[in-house]
Ligand binder design. Sequence first.
Ligand SMILES: C[S@@+](CC[C@H](N)C(=O)[O-])C[C@H]1O[C@@H](n2cnc3c(N)ncnc32)[C@H](O)[C@@H]1O
Length: 381
Amino acid sequence: MITAASPSLRSYKFPANATVHGKLAAYLALRYSGNDSEYRPWQDIWPSREEFEAILPILWGKRARELLPEDAKALVAKQRHKLDADFDTLRPSIPSISKDLFTYTWLIVNTRTFYWDYPDLPRASPRLPKKRSLLTPDDCYAMCPFMDYFNHSDRGCETKHDAKGYYVYADRDYKAGAEIYVTYGTHTSSFLLVEYGFILWPRNAHDSLPLDHLLLPLLSPSQSAVLKEDGFYANYTLIPARRALGAGYAEESADDDDDDDGTEAATRAKQGVVTTTCHRTQAALRLLTLPARRYAAFVSGADEGTEAEQQVVDRYLCDVLKKYQRRIGDVKEEVEALDVDVDAKPRDADERPRAEQKETLLRRWTQIQRIVNAAVDDLGG
Ligand SMILES: C[S@@+](CC[C@H](N)C(=O)[O-])C[C@H]1O[C@@H](n2cnc3c(N)ncnc32)[C@H](O)[C@@H]1O
C-alpha cells in the first residue's frame, strides 16, 4: 500500500500544504522511470497515456469537450483546477518531472485510488490533521497495487478497510470465469466519465440529473440571495424513475421495496416508479413560482404545501424540462454529425474527436434524454 504516511513517500519531504493526491502523483512520477522500480509490474498494467487521451474528457480535444453535458463540463473544470493547483504546489520539489508526466501519474492516482481515512491517525503523517473529523476528501487517498484491477459496477462487491489494509467482500456467489466487480460509489454516468473515462451503458442504477444549469439562470439576484441565506442555493437534482435508467433495471428492481407506509404518491416516489426531485429543488421551485410566505412555510418545515401548489411547481419544472428536451435533441444531432478521426494522432486543440468519444457522447446524451423524457411524462407534460 502507498499512503501519505508511507516512509518512502515521506522521505521526499513534499511541502506540508500539498494534497495527498498531489503527493501520491509526485511520488509515482519520481518512481516512474527505471526498470528496477519496485512498481514496474504494477506500472506495466496501467493504461498508457494514449489510452487516457482517448477516454478521459480532461484530455479530449476542444470540440469533444464542448459537446459534454453541462454537469460533466463543470466536473472537468474542477478537476483541471485541482490538477493545476497540485502541480504548482509540488513543482519546486520535483524539478525533473514534466507537467505531462505529472498529469499522467495524477490521473493514475485519480482512477486507481481507494478511500483511506488514515485509521492510524494522529501518527500517520505530519501534514494530516490530528482529528479524523478534519480530514478532507482529498486527504483520504491510498493506492493499493493490484486491488485496482477491479472494474466498477453499480452492483458489485464492497471494499472495507482497517488500519491493516483492505478487504473485498463478495456480494454473491460467482461462477469460475465470471468477472468480479467492485462498486466505486453511487456515481452518475457523467461523474464516471470525467473521473474514470467510461459510462455504465445501457443502465446505471445510480444515475441522476443535476439541474443547476437549468434552474440557477432563472433566479433573480434577490431570489439567489434568499436561497443562499437559507442554505438552499444550488445542488439541485432530478432523481429519475427506474424505467428511465436503462434496460432491465425497472423490471429487476420493481419488487425491491414494497413497504407502503406513506401516501400512494409518496410510496410510488420512494419505489422509483415516478421521477422525483430533491428537497432543495422543491425549495428553489417554490421560490420561483409561489408567494414568498408559501416558500417560507415550506423551507421552515411548517408545512409541505398543498396539492394545488405542487401542481404549479410541477408544471413549471415540466416547462423547463421541455425546453431542455429540445436542446438535447439539437446536441445529439450535432454529435451524430461529428466527423471523426479514425487514427489516434497526437492531440492538438482543434483535433477531430475520435470515434469512441463520439460514441460515448451519444450514449451519455441518450441516457440524459431518457431521464428527461420520463420526467416530462411524470410531470404531466
Ligand atoms: C481502477 S481501474 C480498474 C481496472 C482496469 N481495468 C485497469 O486495470 O486499468 C479503473 C479504470 O478501469 C476502467 N473501468 C472500470 N470499470 C469499468 C466499466 N464498468 N466499464 C468500462 N471501463 C471500466 C476505466 O478505464 C477506469 O478508469
